[in-house]
Design a protein around this ligand. Structure first.
Ligand code: IPE
Ligand code: IPE
Ligand code: MG
Length: 243
């Protein structure tokens, strides 16, 4: 575990999910174009991925592009698509060497064939890696995920009596992945913005005013430490009341 993380390993979250927000405001505060903020955001992502490997996080899910982000100006959407492609080209080999397994959640259909091909090739190349599972939520929306799950259940002829929490979970993009223990949101917004709305039912939330490009290893360690001090009750009562 990293030297700057003071947390008992058995209390560490297995699955951390991050809403990487605030790239635009980071850029604005420096008089830069928004896309410069997105570029700086990808640089930071690399730091946080490495820190996750170092800290022993098993699953890291990152919100990179939401189903609602298509509503941004065309130039920004185009820029984000380009940056995503660039990141795959630049980082894939190193991530693979470090034992990172890439997965995608969301819909690939709407992406350009070129980008889709790159994402699928990256998933295929890294499929046997086990050090860190990195789920990239790109063109992801929690409501869209649930709609898609219901459509597929109906297509598969599932009967109403068969539907339960486990079955629904198996029809989501995250099938087979444990629910996130900790959701981090940078840049201070107090909302889910349609991220993992089913899976985060009992996640702990950590929200920091820091903009995503400035959310460094130290801040990440602080978020993890804070998590290890929380009392997760899942609707129950703490043992201490019955001692
Ligand atoms: C998050 O940063 C990245 C994406 C949504 C793609 P924003 O672009 O939302 O930055 P702010 O919230 O405008 O500062
Ligand atoms: C959430 O951030 C989406 C991503 C980080 C990819 P947004 O910036 O899109 O969320 P809102 O619009 O502030 O809710
Ligand atoms: Mg934002």
């Amino acid at each position: 575990m990293g030297e700057n993380l003071q947390a008992p390993p058995e209390k560490m979250p297995r699955h951390v999910a991050i809403i990487m927000d605030g790239n635009g405001r980071w850029a604005l505060s420096r008089g830069l174009p928004r896309l410069a903020g997105h570029r700086a955001g990808t640089e930071n992502l690399r730091r946080v991925i490495r820190a996750s490997v170092e800290f022993g996080v098993e699953y890291l899910t990152i919100y990179a592009f939401s189903t609602e982000n298509w509503g941004r100006p065309a130039a920004e959407v185009k820029g984000l698509m380009y940056i995503f492609e660039e990141v795959i080209d630049r980082e894939l080999d190193e991530l693979h060497q470090e034992g990172v397994q890439l997965r995608h959640i969301g819909r690939l259909e709407k992406l350009s064939p070129k980008l889709r091909k790159k994402v699928l090739a990256a998933i295929d190349l890294t499929k046997d890696n086990q050090r860190l599972i990195l789920n990239i939520a790109f063109n992801y929306g929690g409501r869209d995920e649930i709609v898609y799950a219901v459509q597929n259940m109906l297509r598969d002829g599932i009967s109403p009596d068969e539907v339960n929490i486990e079955l629904v979970s198996q029809y989501l993009f995250t099938a087979g992945t444990p629910d996130p223990d900790l959701v981090i949101r940078t840049s201070g917004e107090l909302r889910t913005s349609n991220f993992l709305i089913w899976q985060s039912a009992y996640a702990e939330w950590y929200i920091t005013p820091t903009f995503w490009p400035d959310f460094d290893q130290e801040e990440f360690a602080k978020a993890l430490e804070t998590y290890t001090q929380r009392d997760r009750r899942f609707g129950g009562v703490s043992d201490e009341f019955y001692e």
